[in-house]
Design a protein around this ligand. Sequence first.
Ligand code: BGC
Length: 549
Amino acid sequence: MTNAPWWSQAVFYQIYPRSFADGNGDGTGDLAGISSRLDYLVELGVDAIWISPFQRSPQVDHGYDISDHCDVDPLFGTLADFDSMLAGAHERGLRVTIDMVPNHSSDQHPWFQRALASGPGSPERELYVFRDGLGEHGELPPTNVASLFGGPAWTRVTEPDGQPGQWYFHLFAAQQPDWNWGNEAVLEEFRRVFRFWLDRGVDGFRIDAGDALIKHPAYRGDDPLMPLIRKDPNSPVHRIYRELRKVMDSYPGERMAVLEMGGDREVLTSLVRPDEMHLYFNFPFMHSREWDDDKTLAEAIDLALWMRGSTGTPPTWVTDNHDTPRSVTRYGSHVQLAGDYVPTTGDPAPPTTDLTLGTRRARAMALALLSLPGAAYIYNGQELGLPNVDDLPEELLQDPVWERTGHQERGRDGCRIPLPWGGAEPPYEFSPTGTSTWLPQPTDWAPRSVAAQRGDPDSMLARYRHLLALRRAHPALRTGAVTWLPRPPHTIGYERTCFAGEHPGAAVIEVWLNLGTTPIALPSGEILASSAPVTDTLPADTAAWVRTR
Ligand code: BGC
């Protein structure tokens, strides 16, 4: 065995708390619901969970607008519910990581309220990004930067004297003002918040918008990401992450953090370092391609491996999360680029979506996801093969993106539908019979429920369990080297081996993924797993793990 830290090879399961399981029967998932389904996660075979925000929040962005970082929102329960969930997870050997949202707070956060009340030039305003407007009366925003959620990134406030006044910066919704990380008090406050949860026993954090903390508010172009200082290796962001790392390292038990960040090679290397945060999400792997574009998929894999070689940061593999249309739907779309597919008004689903095809491909992609070295993330419902729900009635849409884009983009609700656990009709045992869930579930999801799939050895759920068990049994699926094999066009083929001396005698496994339309020959060896029946050839849209030694 090796001494690799647990997080460097772990499979994390992302829980979107509204949508995982409802413990109190109000139609919205909560912490008690998570507690009640921990055995399911053990049975699935994951190592850890990441819970999206459950802290106190007005819920404008479903919890990503936090008004008290050290309390639980009543919608999700209490701190006692959190402690009991955490204890239940630890008893079962599951690690628990939670979302940390350092880029912005809610506009209801007491510090922002105080900043509003204290007026221009006050120390309270220095905690956020306030600027005077342009124009004769300050009536124009300080820059023309747009919010990532649509509309301008600046909102004008009314001053304590009742007059229109300064503007504040918000990368996301207006109710999510950005902190000024140039202010030492913000760092000190987050040290306190980290300690609060580390003291309670969490194993780590997912850092929301981790590449956005340091701003360049004077930037006047129209690229929303340019005001963020991301590429400067001397950026103060390194000090911030080093300071937070010190806090984490002062606790026993290999606490960790994964950064949500986008970007190219330069951005990635400038932000992830061994003495800063531990992992980052490999979004190019999720976003990079049309289905048969093996070249960009291979490049995304190479980028992560290059990062490992260059900075020592283990790769992290992900295809689904709460911000992206579900992969079953993306892979079933013939014309849309995976990462660019955004359902728009009047076009609830791309006309070419073929869910049977998308499901077949998602089953295949799971074999790539779970066979690469490093950590992997599974988003709740991915293991059930849930599709995106793109026909929610407009009046039920909740994502702030819908309003902020003037009803041009439907937003992310479609990948956040409550999970089906059993039964023949909604709410599928997510909530008690007769309860309306916070977003409605499709009426044809009974065959996709956990109970329905549990009894079917060929179901997506059974496949995930099998793959996760194999990943535990075979270290070459989670550590070591990736060696590209000579491969026909539109295929991915690599050999997986442990590093020398790491796990003597461990199996050597070839991974093949056919993204094209022509069957390809498989190497001789033992088929450990395949996403569809295979013989000595691998059909289109299918993947296999073959033990060759
Ligand atoms: C989260 C989103 C959230 C945004 C603002 C993201 O990157 O993943 O769900 O809306 O940050 O907090």
